[in-house]
Design a protein around this ligand. Structure first.
Ligand code: GLC
Length: 591
């Protein structure tokens, strides 16, 4: 029996003209209903969800080619359901020359042959939905690969149907105030095309020409491609690189009104034709600009909160909450139907665009002492190596991630503390194969000869497969993996983490203390940012005589609130989440 996800409406009629769209495979997929979780029909499901980014090419190879694929991801859905993930985010899986990890797309409605088929994608969606897991994918709205047929046609035939699909000029002087994003590899946002004998505009690699949204036909093409995937059943999109959609002379060509108008049009289409699906903006901007990607609740449902991420790392090294407090105080309220996406790491470098130059130098010195660890304005390392494999700091960072406002986005492999490989080019060092077991040579990632792996599987201590793998950590009740799983269960049991208000508590020292509140439920999150024991010392009104329960943390129990001034001791890099609720909650048991 084919089972439709609860909140997904019947597919919209096929678009009138979808010039490059293939037809979704429409054969029904047989699927046994699974016990356990099912999809909620809450259209605002994303506000309480935990996301997990899967670098599909490195997750699980089901075909013995050495490359991970969609079917491999299906094989691992039970693991993701066990971990407690609500939504998987898959980076671009479209046909691509893969000069930028697939973010260089040459066919917007196709699937890269090595990764699978449309039918395989349908199976993934159905199997994920059957486990109560939604699936969103990247969609690259700003540019295509220079191998895309539109670009080939555009450069060869300026007067032809695609002549105006890209931004062409006779010289390279326009939009001089736009910064270069990939500063380590590109010298200009313009590249000369010897075929058309003009320059084309690109905000990223020179092989990724920007689409020209001044041509309304381009937006129609994009809308049709989005419809194609929504018809197939995707639950939404991470809209890649959205601040750069339109250009305007005399501006930095970021966050322009025309860009917001395009996103509003995309949202309108989703609301009208696919309610319950979700748009997540990748806008690496300061909070006051990032919040504009929510519009008045009529643009993107979610947006990454980029500036808070490096400040969590800064807080750890400075032993000070000042920078996080400041950025949260600077973060405007967001519309009621929206949510931030928060994260520690992802498939890119740990971006340091949203810090001052002084802060960047500090973070580079602290976390990327060797030049090979740096890329563009960032750090190309994974979570565990960034904090010297110190499990206390990994947990503390997750404590902040999982208790601050926003829906957390985890990055594959960080749940077991995988390492990185700084000897690989670009961002490949944080995209190495998932380490499922200690068994060589493929560590459960692939049965192929490892020479076929595009990125080698780590073998050396302390991050090699013998030391870091899912199977061993599943079997060890004290592992990072089991700790994270339990902490996600706690989060799931208390919707205050997703929906509650936020208030920072005055603290006399470097414990980052804040309250999340919803109705009569109050959760206090205390995070010791220093390598010394610290006394939490906060003012708590209205709670005298109450004894909180410890939801998660480095201490077993917490004392009763005797007077308004509440004190308890946290170990170095320790944290604790305390719950005050009416009636008292039943503790979440480890399972
Ligand atoms: C986004 C992606 C990044 C990619 C870039 C260009 O920032 O996260 O991986 O290189 O867009 O598409």
């Amino acid at each position: 029996m084919t089972q439709a996800p609860a909140s997904v409406p019947a597919a919209a009629p096929a678009p009138a003209s979808a010039p490059t769209a293939a037809t979704p495979a429409d054969d029904a997929v047989e699927m046994a209903p699974l016990p356990g979780r099912s999809l909620t029909d809450d259209p605002q499901w994303f506000k309480k969800a935990v996301f997990y980014e899967v670098w599909v090419r490195a997750f699980r190879d089901s075909t013995g080619t050495g490359v991970g694929d969609l079917n491999g991801l299906v094989e691992k859905l039970d693991y993701l359901a066990w971990l407690g993930v609500d939504c998987i985010w898959i980076p671009p899986f479209f046909p691509s020359p893969e000069r930028d990890g697939g973010y260089d797309v040459d066919f917007l409605t196709g699937i890269q042959v090595q990764l699978g088929t449309h039918q395989g994608m349908k199976v993934l969606l159905q199997e994920a939905h059957a486990r109560g897991i939604r699936v969103i994918s990247d969609f690259v709205v700003n540019h295509t690969s220079s191998d895309h047929p539109w670009f080939i046609s555009s450069r060869e035939d300026p007067e032809g149907p695609h002549g105006d699909y890209y931004v062409w000029r006779d010289d390279d002087t326009a939009y001089a105030d736009a910064r270069i994003i990939f500063v380590d590899s590109e010298e200009s946002n313009w590249t000369f095309d010897p075929v058309r004998k003009q320059f084309y505009w690109h905000r990223f690699y020179h092989h990724q020409p920007d689409l020209n949204y001044d041509n309304p036909q381009v937006l129609e093409e994009i809308l049709n491609a989005l419809r194609f995937w929504l018809d197939l059943g995707l639950d939404g999109f991470r809209l890649d690189a959205v601040p750069y959609l339109v250009e305007e002379e005399g501006t930095n060509c970021e966050n322009l009104p025309g860009t917001h108008a395009i996103l509003k049009r995309i949202r309108q289409m989703v609301d009208e034709e696919y309610p319950g699906r979700m748009l997540l903006a990748e806008a690496n901007q300061w909070p006051n600009e990032a919040v504009e990607y929510f519009g008045d609740g009529d643009e993107c449902h979610m947006a990454f909160h980029f500036p808070v991420m490096p400040r969590m790392f800064m807080a750890l090294r400075q032993g000070s909450r000042a920078s996080i407090s400041q950025i949260l105080a600077d973060t405007p309220e967001l519309p009621e139907n929206c949510q931030w996406a928060t994260f520690l790491r992802n498939h890119d470098e740990l971006t340091l665009e949203m810090v001052t130059e002084e802060e960047r130098d500090y973070l580079w010195a602290q976390y990327a002492p060797v030049s090979k660890m740096r890329l563009n304005l960032g750090i190309r390392r994974r979570l565990a190596p960034l904090v010297d494999n110190d499990i206390r700091q990994i947990k503390l960072l997750h404590s902040m991630l999982l208790s601050l406002p926003g829906s957390p986005v985890l990055y594959y492999g960080d749940e077991i503390g995988m390492g990185d490989n700084i000897w690989l080019p670009d961002r490949d060092g944080v995209r190495t194969p998932m380490q499922w077991t200690s068994e060589g040579p493929g560590g459960g990632f692939s049965e192929a000869n490892p020479y076929l792996f595009p990125k080698p599987i780590p073998c050396a201590p302390p991050y090699g497969i013998e030391h870091v793998n899912v199977a061993d950590q599943q079997a060890d009740p004290d592992s990072l993996l089991n700790w994270l799983r339990h902490t996600l269960q706690v989060r799931r049991a208390h919707e205050v983490f997703g929906l509650g208000s936020f208030r920072e508590l005055e603290s006399t020292n470097e414990v980052f203390a804040f309250e999340r509140a919803q109705g009569s439920t109050r959760v206090l999150s205390f995070n010791n940012l220093t390598e010394w024991p610290q006394l939490v010392d906060v003012q708590l009104e209205g709670l005298v005589g109450r004894t909180p329960s410890v939801l998660s943390g480095s201490i077993g129990e917490a004392p009763e609130v005797i007077v308004d001034q509440y004190q308890l001791e946290l170990p170095p890099f320790g944290y604790v989440w305390l719950l005050f609720s009416d009636p008292p909650a039943t503790p979440v048991q480890r399972s």
